[in-house]
Design a protein around this ligand. Sequence first.
Ligand code: GAF
Length: 423
Amino acid sequence: MRFRETSHTMIMVVDKACSRQTDHQEINLSSQAAPSPSNGPNAATTREFTAPARVNLIGEHTDYTGGLVLPMAIPFFTIASITPADSGYSFHSDLFREVRTMSPDDRSEGVHNWSDYPVGVLRELQLLSIEPPPFDLRLRGNVPFGAGLSSSASVEVATAVALLAHADVTLPAAEIALLCQRAENGYVHSPCGIMDQFVITAARAGHALLLDTRSLTVEHIPMNHAALADTCIVVCNSMVKHSIASGDYGQRRRELEAGQAILREAFPQLRDLGDATIDELKRSEGAMSAESFKRCRHIITENARVRAAKQAMLAGDAISLGELMLKAHASERDDFECSCEEVDFLVDTASHLQGCFGARLTGGGFGGCTVNLVAKSSATAFVATLKTAYLERYNIYPDTYICEAVDGAIERTHHTQNKESLI
Ligand code: GAF
């Protein structure tokens, strides 16, 4: 990955040499040796895997009610380096001091630090009777924490592909995503849906990934059709911290699921909110709380917006896509009530700037990032003006990233001793 600094923004560009297309049916974990900087003493036996971050273009909070999501993978990365060990398992991070060691038959609970994410993945593999040989796992990376860009899922997927390769086991992409979600739900006790783990596993460069979270069927939607080729995705970090392990996400989810249960009672043919209509919701309004009604209305209208967004992208219609993003934000703000003042300010300011087609809160909410669809020719001025406005209003300097869509998790092992022997 290369970083290119301009005066106002950090532009992230994936080095194509480090990126390859996956077949997205099955992750092939055999080494496609790509340039990579593993030069330590065990470089000969260390294998390295990377998993990106993600930004969701549209389809928020639909992924735990059988709905549609349209995220893309972006070029922030977690790198998992795995080295065979003599005995036991050890987990290290370049970002945290705590080292976790355990024996292969250890089945202890989480310890409430960073290591619960990779250990949760190990547990899920063990539940599938996959017992990796002893290893040292080291994690590093640059995915911002608490920004709503899926640092947790990136760690989980990087760990999963590394441990699977080390155990010499191949799993379909959907299985990898599901086991990472189970790790987060069951071991970390964070009630996330499937979107993040899925896109980080199965994304395709240059495409957004349309996922039906009930059937887990996928369509890769090109990001550069017709007028969309002249646009770019700008992510703006409000710097207001977000965590789905905190209570708000779970509370919204409970309100939503209460409404869904009432709808199912009234309309037994409904499998989940993915099938429901606004008319059915209105007919059940009196039976549910005002909160549940609004949460369900967000989901039903959001699924319709994702369908329309797909059509807009296939038509290369940036204007319609941008309008859908703005409507999605209004629904997150007013119906799902998962935005915050700072994020609303960023979206409102962005929507009035030259070259901006649309903007919205992305990810779990209650802070985190906005995603903006911006004309390439306006991107530098857009970023500068947005940053200045936010700084003046909140005295906070927001990070911004102009992102291209990258591939999901891949191996990038580089055997340095081979290189040396060629010299
Ligand atoms: C978080 C969760 F992890 C996802 O599963 C999803 O629900 C998202 O919030 C909201 O769309 O990122």
